[in-house]
Design a protein around this ligand. Structure first.
Ligand code: SF4
Ligand code: SF4
Length: 358
């Protein structure tokens, strides 16, 4: 492990850029924060970006291919969308929080499994190094420790930065992270022996990081009864549990919770045609919308918000588990912060588990 002064973070970003990496870090956009390309400006790492990291790999809208429908022997299918994702240059996502990094591993089950590989997603994954910043001060809506993660969790990270008083302790986690640092360290060190930018971490640094980590982990709400909720949702009678009548009542069906969730991954594909040519576009979709399951016959198997809300919870804490042996939630709390009617998923899980939320 080594350490870099906080004041040298800008130099580190400059070194990454000079080493031909595109650097993506939290940026402000109006009242929201999201990951975007940075260059030159000072970066500020928020507690958690409003928009999730997933959109760097699975954008809200993307063109998969374009086509021409002339109906002549010259009619063609042009895979320019595919080529565009093939052409993604090496990049670094910097300032990622551990829950967002962990969420990528869950998305890999969907888009990069052994049975199915989505070329758009996997190309971006392969080309991106994830530099996570551990959370020294988790937020009040966080419940990552209840769900198997934590503010210093390394799952999904290639490198992890741990904040100390005036520096970051840096640990390379994956081979990809090690390769990145082998490449950029000589440039970061510079030739000046007087001003070393990279220092070996000593025992005092490691001890200080351990103390911040322990305090941080203790401050996360660990009272969410996830195991009891998963058990309850795994029972045959869970589908008809009368508690669904109660827990969904406040929901407006706005889908903010699914759009901002780092693990939600439903999409729709449609063709947009102008004249004789068009594009095949993939757009995020949401199980909270009535059109999501509407059949061509007019029948809708999830006719009301109750069924749609039940689907969201059952998918995260039962169906995804059956398929992948893990929950489709990382406890980031975005759905808690951003729901316009304060519908708190932690309370929903406690109600379904017949437990009190402390
Ligand atoms: S954000 Fe809240 S109101 Fe909107 S769909 Fe989700 S639970 Fe319902
Ligand atoms: S369900 Fe809510 S807490 Fe869980 S990962 Fe999605 S946004 Fe975060």
């Amino acid at each position: 492990m080594f350490k870099i002064a906080k004041t040298d973070l800008d130099v580190f970003i400059d070194v990454l850029t000079r080493s031909s990496y595109e650097v993506l870090a939290p940026i402000e956009e109006g009242e929201t924060t999201k990951f975007g390309v940075v260059g030159g400006e000072k970066i500020k790492i928020p507690h958690l970006t409003t928009r999730p990291l997933k959109e760097l790999f699975f954008p809200q809208n993307e063109s998969l291919l374009s086509f021409d429908c002339l109906g002549t022997p010259d009619a063609s299918i042009d895979t320019s969308g595919l080529l565009a994702s093939d052409g993604i240059s090496p990049r670094v996502a910097l300032g990622v929080r551990p829950c967002d990094a962990r969420a990528l591993v869950l998305l890999d089950y969907v888009f990069a499994s052994k049975d199915y590989r989505d070329p758009y997603y996997t190309t971006r994954r392969e080309q991106t190094v994830i530099i996570t910043f551990a959370c020294p001060l988790p937020g009040i809506a966080c419940f990552c420790t209840s769900i198997g993660g934590g503010p210093y969790d390394e799952t999904g990270s290639d490198v992890i930065f741990m904040e100390l008083a005036d520096s970051y302790l840096v640990k390379t986690v994956s081979e990809k992270g090690k390769r990145l640092f082998l490449k950029v360290l000589p440039l970061l060190e510079g030739d000046s022996k007087e001003h070393k930018r990279v220092h070996e971490a000593d025992d005092a640094d490691i001890q200080a990081a351990r103390e911040v980590k322990a305090a941080s982990e203790q401050s996360v709400n660990a009272s969410v009864p996830i195991e009891a909720a998963v058990d309850a949702l795994g029972k045959a009678e869970a589908f008809s549990d009368l508690a669904w009548e109660e827990v969904h009542k406040k929901c407006l069906g706005c889908a903010v919770c699914t759009y901002l969730c780092p693990t939600c991954h439903c999409f729709d594909i449609g063709d947009e045609v102008t004249g004789v040519s068009g594009e095949r576009i993939r757009n995020w979709d949401s199980c909270m919308f009535p059109l999501f399951t509407l059949h061509a016959s007019g029948h809708n198997p999830r006719p009301s918000r109750k069924e749609r809300f039940r689907q969201r919870i059952m998918h995260k804490f039962n169906y995804f588990m059956e398929n992948n042996d893990c929950m489709a939630c990382v406890g980031c709390g975005r759905c808690v912060w951003n729901c316009p009617v304060n519908l708190d998923i932690r309370q929903v899980l406690a109600t379904l588990a017949r437990r009190e939320l402390v």
